[in-house]
Design a protein around this ligand. Structure first.
Ligand code: KG4
Ligand code: ZN
Length: 355
């Protein structure tokens, strides 16, 4: 069964073709066009710019994914598209394109939950050279940690689509905190990779940043950490909390910036490892999947390997941030498990969709 996956929930336009058989998922193509460069000057995603870019990119990206996979429409068995969560204008472009293609070519259509799809990226077992894929799909029961720009969630899966949400963030997602810390430190968007890179040059123990206390055991909270970074930076340059955050970076020394980045990176990761470890002990899963944009972090991978009693399953670094392959992978299991198809005349976006 060959699935075309389409992703357009934020600032990446993605399309990919995947073939699924029992126990195996093979990636044939994975094309991504990002508008991140256009958002960089604003320090975050500008929804109107993202939506406009999707309109420009979506047809060429899908065509490229089909060409790379050496497919024509006769080879495609179903179309999967992100229906939410995400930015409305961005989601609309992907969903309307997928609906049109499904009607035009008479294909089944599946609207996919983007957060769930991040986990399914870890089920891709075979692909072109250059991908670091696990040769075997994760086993159930499975514990999944999704860490992205919009989500920080621990989920326990008894089986495909049979899950319970153990905890989520009550405010900012961890990726969002990276992006905001980067802005304070004057580092480019997206903040995750730039904070992580600078953190490698810094002393993680020079400053002590707080770990948030959460009401529920597996809950997360990252907005306090972001504020702590701002207050620390203001104090380091001899200013009080009234000093504007956009001027802080200009006053910090290179050493101060690197040490703050290192302190932030350490605490952000420690919280994720601690909670995942606790959940592992309570639920004793057969596998632990770590996915989403922040899971590309080499330091997070290292600390998870040290902290967990079993080897965690990481998504290939190229499949951690948003892409069409994860949507196609989730689409395959949706079809295989005979979950309901969506009506191509009616499928709507769901910007606030949760797990
Ligand atoms: O999964 P994703 O592409 O989009 C959402 O669904 O939100 O995740 C994007 C997030 C951004 O916040 C970005 O800063 C973060 O992932 N990120 C990283 C790294 N690469 C991307 N965070 C930490 N370390 C990285 N290497
Ligand atoms: Zn995502």
């Amino acid at each position: 069964m060959k699935i075309l996956g389409i992703e357009s929930s934020c600032d990446e336009t993605g399309a990919a073709v995947i073939e699924g058989t029992v126990g195996k998922l093979k990636l044939f193509s994975n094309v991504i066009a990002s508008s991140a460069d256009l958002h960089r000057q604003y320090g975050g995603v500008v929804p109107e710019i993202a939506a406009r870019s999707h309109i420009e990119f979506i047809n060429p990206v899908i065509k490229q994914a089909m060409d790379d996979a050496r497919c024509d429409w006769d080879d495609i068995d179903a179309i999967a598209v992100t229906k939410g969560p995400g930015l409305s204008g961005s989601l609309l472009v992907g969903v309307l394109t997928a609906r049109t293609l499904a009607i035009l070519h008479g294909k089944p259509l599946y609207g996919i939950n983007h957060v769930l799809a991040h986990i399914y990226a870890a089920f891709i077992t075979d692909g072109p050279d250059g991908y670091e894929l696990e040769p075997k799909a994760p086993e159930f029961p499975m514990l999944a940690l999704i860490v992205s720009g919009g989500h920080t969630q621990l989920v326990y899966f008894k089986d495909h689509f049979k899950y319970s949400l153990l905890g989520t963030t009550t405010d900012d997602a961890v990726g969002e905190a990276y992006d905001k810390a980067a802005k304070i430190l004057g580092l480019p968007y997206p903040g995750g990779p730039s904070v992580e890179k600078l953190a490698r040059k810094g002393d993680p123990d020079r400053y002590s940043l707080p770990k948030a206390k959460t009401a529920s055991m597996y809950g997360f909270s990252y907005s306090g950490l972001k504020t702590a970074v701002l207050r620390l930076a203001q104090a380091e340059i001899g200013q009080d909390y009234n000093f504007p955050s956009h001027k802080v970076a200009g006053e910090l020394s290179a050493r101060q910036k690197a040490d703050i980045a290192a302190g932030f990176n350490k605490v952000a990761i420690e919280v994720l490892v601690d909670k995942t470890k606790q959940a592992f002990e309570e639920y004793a899963p057969k596998s632990v999947v770590i996915s989403g944009g922040v899971s590309a972090s080499p330091e997070l991978r290292k600390q998870m390997k040290i902290g967990l009693p079993i080897k965690p399953v990481f998504t290939d670094p190229k499949l951690c941030t948003d892409n069409g392959a994860m949507i196609a992978a989730a689409g395959f299991f949706t079809a295989q498990k005979k979950m309901p198809q969506d009506n191509p005349e009616e499928l709507d976006i769901a910007p606030g969709l949760s797990l």
